[in-house]
Design a protein around this ligand. Structure first.
Ligand code: NDP
Length: 231
């Protein structure tokens, strides 16, 4: 039977690539979208991950459509870059709310049904920046580093229930999020000498969601062309 998968922020960028990859592998895939239209051929539920009520309603709809979520990919995320000296408190807390507390909200909603199923996969999309830091991104880096401690705590709490919790840490991926950045300057520091395509992140998520990753939990898998050198 097809597994029930939910990908947050699955209407574009890395999230959409993950959703398409898992759908192609035979899973029943739902995506959350916050704005615009849901992508063709995928079950879309409107949801802003900063709202507990919207997260709750989205899971209710996904469960009714395709059963309890067995694979959760927490991918939705934002940047609001500025140096600390200029950073307003809400610029910090908005990014934490979407990227870190958002992951908490969806994981919290997913965990009890996974416990009942006695199996589950939670995959959180972090960033190389969470481990290396980045000038102008202290809010974003803090949110992404926070995901690592969060994931590893869940891995310890729910390992005995056959639920794995892992993190992928992409480097520099060609999406709307990076479209405005100085490509040349960044690529210079990447051993593989290029940006990633979203599908290259998606394939690692497919691996972590699949049977071949049955003994991996609490891991941080870099998908960064060597940018972070395994950190
Ligand atoms: P995009 O900006 O292309 O897409 C972001 C996605 O997140 C969109 O679907 C967006 O929805 C959704 N989203 C943002 N905020 C919320 C929210 N509050 N509630 C619900 N959905 C929300 O980014 P990417 O695809 O590049 O990034 C995906 C993830 O990968 C992010 O977590 C990002 O931090 C991470 N990442 C990206 C890297 C890169 O180089 N691109 C590198 C490392 C990590 P909507 O369309 O409605 O705005």
């Amino acid at each position: 039977m097809a597994r029930s998968v939910l990908v947050t922020g699955g209407n574009r960028g890395i999230g959409l690539a993950i959703a398409r990859e898992l759908a192609a592998a035979g899973d029943a895939v739902a995506v959350t979208y916050r704005s615009g239209e849901p992508p063709e051929g995928l079950f879309g539920v409107r949801c802003d991950v900063t709202s507990t009520a919207e997260v709750e309603a989205a899971f209710d709809k996904v469960e009714a459509e395709q059963g309890p979520v067995e694979v959760l990919v927490s991918n939705a995320g934002i940047t609001k870059d500025t140096l600390l000296a200029m950073m307003k408190e809400e610029t910090f807390t908005d990014v934490i709310d979407a990227n870190l507390t958002g992951a908490y909200r969806v994981s919290k909603r997913a965990i009890r049904p996974m416990m009942k199923l006695k199996r589950g996969r939670i995959i959180l999309v972090s960033s190389v920046v969470g481990l290396s830091g980045q000038a102008g991104q202290s809010n974003y880096a803090a949110s992404k580093a926070g995901l690592v401690g969060f994931a590893r705590s869940l891995a310890r709490e729910y390992g005995s229930r056959n639920i794995t919790v892992n993190v992928v840490a992409p480097g520099f991926v060609a999406t709307d999020m990076t479209a405005g950045l100085d490509q040349e300057a960044i690529v210079k520091n990447i051993p593989l000498g290029r940006q990633a395509a979203p599908a290259e992140v998606a394939r690692v998520v497919r691996f972590l969601a699949g049977d071949d990753a049955s003994y991996i939990t609490g891991a941080v898998i870099p998908v960064d062309g060597g940018l972070g050198m395994g950190h």
